[in-house]
Ligand binder design. Structure first.
Ligand code: ZN
Length: 300
C-alpha cells in the first residue's frame, strides 16, 4: 500500500483524494510532524496510509498552503543532459556518466511559490524529482528503489547568464537563486506509480505547451542515479534529486520567462504545480549574453 505525503504549512500530512490527514495526530505522536523527520519513517507511513479509512480528515487540501515535501534536504542534486533530445538540442554529447550539479538547498521552495527573475534570460526546466527515504551508501542497482520515499514534480529554474558567465559554466550558481527549486505538490511513493516511473511530463508557459515527454526516456534512470551518487556521497532521508529535463527549454528557442508568466508543470500521477514569475531586480551579470543565447538569437 503506497502513500501520498504533503507538507501542509510545515506539518507532514497523508493525502487521500482532496483531503489531508495530519500525520502526528493520525499516528498519535509516534511520527513527528516535521516532514524531514517523517521522511525517516517511510515504512510507518506505508502502514499509516492503510488506516486512513477509520479516521476523520484534518481538512481539505489547499494548494496555497502546501510547502515542499522535503523542505530542508541535506543535499539537493541536479542532473544535466539526462534526456537524449535535450542533450541534442543543447548541442552537447550524450553523457557517459550522470552529469551532476548542486541546487543549493536554499533554493528549494513550495510547489506553487513565485519564481523571482533577476535577468531577462531565466529558463524553465520541468523535471521528475526523487526524494530519498531510507539512507544508504554504495547502494546496489537492484536495491535502489527501496531507498526512494517518493517522487514529485520539480522545476529546475535556471538563470542562463549566471550559469554561463564563467568558463567552464557554473551550473550550481545559475540554478540556485532563491525560489529556483519549487517542488511538490505531494510526494507519491513509487509503488503507486507505473513501472520505472514512466509518466508524461508537460511544462506549459501561460497557455503554450513547451515541454512534453515521457520520464521513461531518462538516459540515467532513478536507480542508476542512486547507484552512482551513493558510491560518492551518503544519501540521507530527505535528499532530493532533480533528475533532468527533456527537450523544449527556452534557451534553445531564445524565449525566456517574463514578468507575469505562469509556469504550469504536470506529471501524470503526481499532479500539477503553478508558478508565477516575478521580475524583481537585475543581478550583477544580468546583461551578460552567453554563447548559447547568442546562437539561439542567430537561428531565429
Ligand atoms: Zn535541469
Amino acid at each position: 500500500m503506497g502513500f501520498r505525503m504533503a507538507n501542509v504549512e510545515g506539518r507532514a500530512a497523508l493525502v487521500a483524494g482532496d483531503q489531508y490527514y495530519d500525520i502526528e495526530t493520525l499516528s498519535q505522536g509516534s511520527i513527528a510532524s516535521d516532514p524531514m523527520l517523517a521522511l525517516t519513517q517511510t515504512e510507518e507511513l506505508h502502514k499509516l496510509a492503510e488506516q486512513l479509512d477509520g479516521h476523520e480528515a484534518t481538512g481539505a487540501l489547499d494548494a496555497e498552503r502546501l510547502q515542499s515535501p522535503s523542505p530542508r534536504p541535506r543535499n539537493s542534486y541536479g542532473i544535466g543532459l539526462n534526456y537524449r533530445n535535450h542533450a541534442e538540442e543543447s548541442g552537447m554529447p550524450i553523457p557517459q556518466a550522470p552529469m551532476v550539479f548542486t541546487k543549493y538547498t536554499s533554493c528549494i521552495s513550495p510547489p506553487n511559490a513565485d519564481v523571482e527573475l533577476r535577468s531577462d534570460y531565466v529558463d524553465f526546466e520541468g523535471e521528475l524529482v526523487a526524494v530519498i527515504g531510507q539512507p544508504g551508501k554504495d547502494i546496489p542497482l537492484d536495491q535502489a528503489w527501496n531507498h526512494v520515499a517518493g517522487l514529485c514534480i520539480g522545476q529546475d529554474i535556471s538563470d542562463r547568464p549566471a550559469q554561463f558567465t564563467s568558463s567552464p559554466p557554473h551550473f550550481n550558481l545559475g540554478k540556485s537563486f532563491d525560489t529556483f527549486g519549487p517542488m511538490g505538490p505531494v510526494l507519491v511513493s513509487p509503488d503507486l506509480l507505473p513501472e520505472n516511473a514512466s509518466m508524461q511530463l508537460t511544462t506549459q508557459v501561460n497557455d503554450e505547451v513547451r515541454q512534453h515527454d515521457s520520464t521513461g526516456d531518462l538516459i540515467f534512470d532513478i536507480p542508476a542515479l542512486i547507484h552512482f551518487l551513493s558510491h560518492i556521497t551518503s544519501l540521507t532521508s530527505g535528499d532530493v534529486i532533480f533528475t533532468g529535463t527533456p527537450g523544449g527549454v527556452g534557451v534553445v528557442e531564445g524565449r525566456f520567462l517574463k514578468d507575469g508568466d505562469v509556469i504550469t508543470t504536470t506529471i501524470e500521477g503526481l499532479g500539477q504545480m503553478r508558478n508565477r514569475c516575478v521580475r524583481v531586480s537585475d543581478h550583477p551579470r544580468a546583461d551578460f549574453v552567453p554563447e548559447p543565447i547568442r546562437k539561439a538569437a542567430g537561428k531565429s
